[in-house]
Ligand binder design. Structure first.
Ligand SMILES: [Zn+2]
Length: 340
């Protein structure tokens, strides 16, 4: 099969690789209907995470089950499935509590590299969710988005305790931040403030349900949020970047008693204890337990009440994955979809 590997920062190649096989009896092998490049793929691409050897890339996937191991019961060959980037058993206490991304037996579903024609998914029963029949091809980008960016934005909103009538601020205008806006709308927020200074992203944020755009960032951004909320700060803030600056901007934008859901993968973030103590906010974040939300998200996509696939503003054949990375790195694209 063809699959993408990163060799060094800035160096992504699509090469001939071995087809994945069933290794454990709980595995499935799927044929990707579509795959994509994640904002978090840019960390190694930019050299912020080290690349020590050629590494298969991609962890977002939707496609058709080709083969299952002898112990797989809930999905079968021919099913169209969506899964989380973290494979989970679905049976341990952590999974049952809804934190499948920290399952006691968690495995990285992207280990084999989902930017490819085929992918081995471990713990298939606890990880994959089948759609209701074969989806309309037009729904595939949205189903793919559910695998990570939608599920992650959704978790950010749930972790930030978004509820009807609340004011929500979203820090970060990447695909996850934009889909956190959509999640906040679906969860009934009254006011949704998207913090973005990029015009095409502002436009998409408004389409997804943002009521206000704030272009200032850092302390100025915080001051704007306070000004717009009677001096209090937002009830709910979703952090979707993962830097020191974005995390502090999120915490400072929340009112005392408010909630911060942080879903940007943290890189070098250090929280000052005294400021945190007096901020008096709830903090919940981490790798999103996408699996918790998948059945609901798939239904909302199938009945066309949400269209998260709009975050893909660049579509390329898999063989041009390198250009897909470059376009996202240079912020020419929000998110690149790759057709295998
Ligand atoms: Zn588990």
């Amino acid at each position: 099969m063809r699959g993408a590997l990163i060799y060094a920062p800035g160096d992504v190649r699509v090469e001939q690789r071995d087809d994945p096989k069933i290794i454990e009896p709980t595995d499935a092998v799927i044929r990707l209907a579509a795959t994509c490049v994640c904002g978090s793929d840019l960390w190694p691409y930019r050299g912020i995470e080290p690349v020590t050897r050629p590494t298969p890339m991609g962890h977002e996937y939707a496609g058709i089950v080709q083969q299952v191991g002898s112990e797989v019961r809930d999905v079968k060959p021919g099913d169209f499935v969506v899964g989380s980037f973290m494979a989970s058993d679905g049976t341990c206490e952590i999974c049952k509590a809804g934190y499948q991304s920290r399952c006691a037996h968690v495995e990285f579903a992207g280990a084999g590299g989902a930017q490819a024609e085929y992918l081995r998914v471990p713990l298939a029963d606890g990880t994959l969710v089948a759609t209701h029949g074969q989806p309309d091809p037009g729904l595939i980008p949205s189903l793919l988005a559910a695998s990570d960016v939608l599920g992650t934005g959704w978790f950010g909103a749930v972790a930030a305790d978004v509820r009807p009538g609340k004011t929500v601020a979203v820090v970060g205008d990447g695909a996850v931040g934009l889909l956190a806006v959509l999640a906040a709308r679906e969860l009934g927020a009254e006011r949704i403030i998207a913090m973005s200074r990029h015009e095409p992203r502002q436009k998409l944020a408004l389409e997804f349900g943002a009521t206000d755009i704030v272009t200032e960032r850092g302390d100025e951004g915080v001051a704007r949020i306070k000004e717009m909320t009677g001096g209090y700060g937002a009830h709910s803030v979703i952090e979707a970047v993962g830097t020191q600056e974005s995390m502090m901007q999120a915490i400072r934008s929340a009112r005392p008693g408010g909630h911060v859901g942080y879903v940007g993968v943290a890189h070098g973030v250090q929280l000052p204890g005294e400021e945190l103590f007096f901020a008096e906010v709830h903090l919940l974040g981490g790798p999103a337990p996408v699996r918790r939300f998948l059945p609901d998200l798939i239904s909302r996509i199938e009945n066309r009440s949400i269209d998260p696939g709009k975050v893909f503003d660049l579509t390329l054949p898999l063989d041009q994955a390198a250009e897909g990375y470059r376009a996202m790195d240079e912020r020419r694209a929000i998110k690149t979809l790759l057709w295998p």
